[in-house]
Design a protein around this ligand. Structure first.
Ligand code: GAR
Length: 202
């Protein structure tokens, strides 16, 4: 079996992208990043991809008349690069039906909170503000809702009294860098089964 070809969509710093590229380069997962696509031409994620010799593509949403047209352009690039699994890594847009229909159950995301708590933007900050004693991160399949898809892996971190939103976010990020490659590795090995909204790992 060949390596699972990943298309990573990222809008910013790209530290999760880096953890995936590193795991792939080290042979820890049977996957390779085939292309990185960003809606933001200044995303550091694109720089990281270029450094690794991976196609780094910018698609400006403003160049399209609608979200559907923009997403069709993304799909064209993903297909051109034979992408089999789409990984959102700090992609700050809601993925629409057009992409989801083109990659059914083949779009995953990392979220910096223990879903279904604190979906949406700044999950770490929301959790810290709320005063929870534990938070964490979640890798999940993407569906049409906001961070509502079936959960593949979660990691838990404690929240300490002297935490700030930033120290908590850093503790969560460390775990993101572990569980995102891990989830991709499981998918690459065909060990993930969807049963309704439950994910079974063989
Ligand atoms: C990560 O913390 C990721 O979980 C979060 O954005 C950050 C991106 O960092 N994603 C979301 O909040 C999605 N709703 P990175 O660019 O360094 O990977």
């Amino acid at each position: 079996m060949g390596k699972l070809r990943l298309g990573v969509l990222a809008s910013g710093r790209g530290s999760n992208l880096q953890s995936i590229m590193d795991a792939a380069a080290a042979g820890k997962i049977k996957a390779e990043v085939a292309a990185v696509i960003s809606d933001n031409k200044d995303a550091f994620a694109l720089e990281r991809a270029r450094k690794a010799g991976i196609p780094a593509l910018h698609v400006n949403p403003k160049n399209f008349g609608s979200k559907d047209e923009y997403e069709r352009a993304i799909i064209k690039l993903l297909k051109d690069h034979d992408v089999q699994l789409v990984c959102l890594a700090g992609y700050m847009r809601i993925v629409g039906k057009v992409i989801l229909d083109a990659f059914p159950n083949r779009v995953i995301n990392i979220h910096p909170a223990l879903l279904p708590s604190f979906p949406g933007l700044h999950g770490q900050h929301q959790a810290w503000e709320y005063g929870v004693k534990y938070s964490g991160c979640t890798v999940h399949f993407v569906d049409e809702g906001m961070d509502t898809g079936p959960i593949i892996i979660q990691a838990v971190v404690p929240v300490f009294d002297d935490d700030t939103a930033d120290t908590l976010a850093a503790r969560i990020l460390e775990q993101e860098h572990i569980i995102y490659p891990e989830a991709i590795g499981l998918l690459a090995e065909g060990r993930v089964k969807l049963n309704g909204r439950k994910v079974l790992v063989k």
